[in-house]
Design a protein around this ligand. Structure first.
Ligand SMILES: *[C@@H]1O[C@H](CO)[C@@H](O)[C@H](O)[C@H]1NC(C)=O
Ligand SMILES: *[C@@H]1O[C@H](CO)[C@@H](O)[C@H](O)[C@H]1NC(C)=O
Ligand SMILES: *[C@@H]1O[C@H](CO)[C@@H](O)[C@H](O)[C@H]1NC(C)=O
Length: 150
């Protein structure tokens, strides 16, 4: 299923049109265990209903892409979500029809760092927006008093 979604994205990303996808911030900085809200805005058309709207967001790292959020024709598809993000992503349904995708990611991990890409697809066109997230680990103050040198 994921393969067909990816294929769909590849095929539709060639179509350019009036659908604009922006990010409100191109890069975010956070610390481990903090919460963050990633936000994308896109043009809405009064003629396209919300059930023709699909959104696919993933984190691109050197290792492998992991799916953060998937909305298929207005319906969330939690099965697509990577277990890395299970139970940590919430979205604002109310602002989606205004063309705002707000994803709240909680309990951040350093492995959440990377490039976040969201593809927005309507019946006729698609576009994407991306932003960087950098999650740094909390500084751990080591207590070297217990260090015994052999
Ligand atoms: C996207 O950004 C451009 C340039 O800042 C702005 O003109 C446009 O209104 C924005 N569109 C949306 C849907 O946010
Ligand atoms: C992430 O943040 C740390 C601490 O501010 C900084 O040193 C590092 O260069 C940043 N990394 C990236 C990829 O932006
Ligand atoms: C390190 O451990 C020692 C012994 O328990 C303690 O007295 C000291 O306050 C600790 N230092 C820090 C910076 O936590």
């Amino acid at each position: 299923m994921i393969c067909s979604i990816l294929l769909l994205i590849i095929l539709t990303s060639c179509v350019s049109g009036t659908l604009v996808v922006n990010v409100t911030q191109t890069s975010y900085q956070a610390e481990e265990n903090q919460h963050i809200t990633l936000e994308w805005t896109f043009t809405t058309n009064p003629h396209t209903s919300s059930n023709s709207l699909s959104i696919f967001c993933e984190l691109l790292t050197d290792l492998r892409p992991s799916v953060l959020f998937h909305l298929h024709e207005g319906v969330e598809v939690p099965e697509s979500q990577d277990e890395q993000f299970a139970g940590r992503v919430q979205w604002d349904k109310d602002v989606l029809r205004e063309g705002r995708l707000r994803l709240h990611v909680s309990r951040l991990r350093t492995s959440d760092s990377g490039l976040y890409l969201c593809d927005v697809l309507t019946s006729y066109e698609s576009n994407s927006g991306k932003c960087w997230l950098n999650v740094t680990g909390k500084l751990i103050q080591e207590n070297w008093s217990f260090c015994v040198c052999a």
